[in-house]
Design a protein. Structure first.
Lengths: 152, 442
């Protein structure tokens, strides 16, 4: 369940960026949130970086946000579906694969160009193996995050 | 020679794709162990292809690699078309060459900036460069995004192309799409010039080991990426159908990837091999850049594979622009568009046969071989990945390098070995291959 602080963060963010690969089970939680927001017909400032985060920098900067939340799966040893704001220094310098630029770089460029504060909201995945769909634990928190974003 | 002891054990080499270990043991100055251990599990793609249609094989094999997805797609299509005797149109061949160039450009830029530049600029990863080399990081991001965007325009996705299939393309670029691609690629030129400028300031490690270089070769003036025979700097020239003779795969106990050899103990494929065999066919701007950074064939310093990749970037950029301009002049024939599906309407005539695809992808020659029945169903598949061909050569390089640098500290030796392996831009997860699994009751 989201804390009041996290709900407030999601509702006051001027830009939400979702990250992940929806062919890797719970790693797709970011794109899943994006799709649910998009089909809701409620306007909300959300863009999906998928597994090519370098592609969204220009669009993110053009929106001139002051508060940005990046939502991604993050293994911090919690229970599946747990949420946590990941401090910048705990974001790894490397990427899960060599196919993409490190998220830290993307966040830094957005910060430099917009003077925004960027927060990383990590959701503990249960399974990031090949496959479509989310685990029940992750789906539950994803639904809550989505409805929180849409309640703004 | 120093009589010292050295033990290097790099578990999970970083800034390469997949998992591999470097294990070196020197006792009293004598090299006892020197191995590049590939510890990835095989992924059984050849098994997955059995019983599937050649018209879906390219979408399955594209998933072998997120970096060489276009290369796997094209090697798969080429093998399938060779098996059924289908000859693609000139327009299709041009678009396929363009697709290969885009992937080459994309992959090389990622390797040069994200994986190699940190070593040459003296930092541990790409992230600290945002402080010390901010403009370099931003240039890398711009260049990568441009490559993603052009690929999206051409084949419908940034990665894992969807419109390139057996017979041609399901969606052909419109006049606007051609203009969009031209605009994006022309916009890349200043960043490419700046990249050459950066490369000229970098100091690559000095090392030399003569080896056999293997790449596609042809009798025309084109730098061969999509078509040609397979040639080597030792004078070998064979048809791609003889790929098993050209690779001679064998198993070693310490690696889940097979090793390969040809005329000597090992051979190398990739950008440096292509440069060594075909430098005279590069675009004039690429030739000028090679001269500017002092790269000449035959270059036998494997660290300079990265420099050869940069030269290929310029060639791929200029040739991509030339291909698109030609297509604009001739106009796209949209009647050639292929209907999506498993050839239900029999647009492509099918017959039984065996076919081989041999395509130059960023890391070297990629082979696909399919045996198909008269309905186009794959009975047997074989894929030989460039990194698999290079691993034996990497190990031989390590064996020559270690005795030459025993006067350095353990940390310096470890870094030199890591940089050597990274220079090959290996895709270790794709190379894991050797397990012979027998299925019971199947």
């Amino acid at each position: 369940m989201l804390t009041a602080d996290l709900k407030n963060l999601l509702q006051t963010a001027e830009l939400i960026i979702t990250v992940g690969n929806d062919l890797r089970s719970d790693d797709g939680l970011g794109p899943h949130i994006f799709k649910k927001c998009r089909i809701s017909n409620i306007q909300c400032p959300i863009i999906n970086a998928g597994n090519k985060p370098e592609n969204i920098i220009e669009e993110a900067v053009s929106k001139k946000p002051k508060k940005v939340v990046i939502i991604d799966a993050a293994d911090f040893g919690g229970e599946a579906g747990a949420t946590r704001i990941i401090p910048n220094e705990h974001i790894p310098d490397t990427t899960l694969s060599t196919h993409a630029f490190p998220l830290k770089i993307i966040a830094r460029v957005i910060e430099e160009d917009t003077k925004a504060t960027v927060y990383f909201l990590g959701v503990q995945p249960k399974n990031v193996g090949w496959g479509e769909g989310l685990s029940p634990e992750v789906k539950k928190i994803v639904d809550e995050i989505t409805s929180t974003i849409l309640e703004r | 020679m120093s009589k010292r002891n050295v033990m290097v054990n790099v578990e999970y080499l970083t800034r390469v794709e997949g998992h591999g270990n470097i294990v070196v043991n020197v006792k009293e100055g004598k090299l006892e162990t020197c191995q590049l251990q590939i510890v990835e599990a095989p992924r059984f793609f050849e098994g997955m292809l059995q019983g599937r249609s050649i018209f879906e094989a390219q979408h399955i094999t594209s998933r072998i690699c997120g970096i060489c997805a276009c290369g796997h797609t094209l090697a798969s299509i080429q093998a399938a078309e060779d098996a059924i005797g289908f000859i693609p149109s000139e327009q299709t061949i041009k678009l396929r060459k363009l697709l290969l160039h885009l992937e080459n450009l994309d992959s090389h830029i990622l390797h040069i900036y994200l994986l190699v530049a940190p070593d040459l600029l003296g930092v541990k990863s790409f992230v600290p460069l945002i402080n010390s080399h901010n403009t370099v990081v931003r240039r890398a991001l711009r260049m990568k995004k441009t490559c993603n965007d052009v690929c999206d325009v051409l084949v419908g996705r940034h990665v894992h192309p969807i419109s390139s299939i057996v017979g041609g393309f399901t969606k052909l670029p419109t006049e606007k799409a051609l203009d969009d691609m031209l605009h994006l690629l022309n916009g890349l030129k200043p960043d490419m010039d700046a990249t050459v400028g950066l490369a000229a300031t970098l100091k690559f490690p000095a090392f030399a080991r003569d080896t056999e270089y293997v790449a596609l070769v042809s009798d025309n003036n084109e730098y061969p990426m999509l078509m040609g025979d397979v040639g080597s700097t030792d004078g070998i020239r064979k048809n791609k159908k003889e790929y098993k003779v050209l690779t001679n795969e064998f198993v070693v106990p310490h690696s889940s990837a097979k090793h390969c050899k040809l005329s000597r103990d090992s051979f190398a494929v990739g950008a440096l091999a292509r440069f060594n065999l075909n430098a005279d066919k590069l675009h004039p701007k690429a030739k000028a850049a090679a001269q500017a950074i002092g790269l000449k064939p035959k270059c036998i310093n494997p660290y300079l594979n990265t420099a050869a990749q940069l030269i290929e970037c310029i060639h791929s950029l200029e040739d991509s622009i030339a291909i698109i301009e030609t297509l604009k002049q001739t106009g796209i024939n949209h009647d050639e568009a292929i209907v999506v599906g498993l050839n239900e309407n029999k647009m492509i005539p099918v017959k039984a046969g065996s076919g081989v695809g041999a395509v130059e992808v960023p890391r070297g020659i990629l082979y696909h071989n399919y045996e198909v029945d008269d309905k186009g169903i794959i009975a047997k598949a074989n894929c030989i990945i460039p990194t698999g061909q290079n691993i034996n050569n990497m190990e031989h390089d390590m064996k020559k390098l270690v005795p030459e640098i025993l006067n350095k500290t353990d940390e310096e030796i470890t870094l030199a070995l890591e940089m050597l392996i990274r220079a090959y831009d290996p895709c270790l997860s794709c190379s894991a291959h050797f397990l012979d699994v027998k299925f019971v009751n199947r």
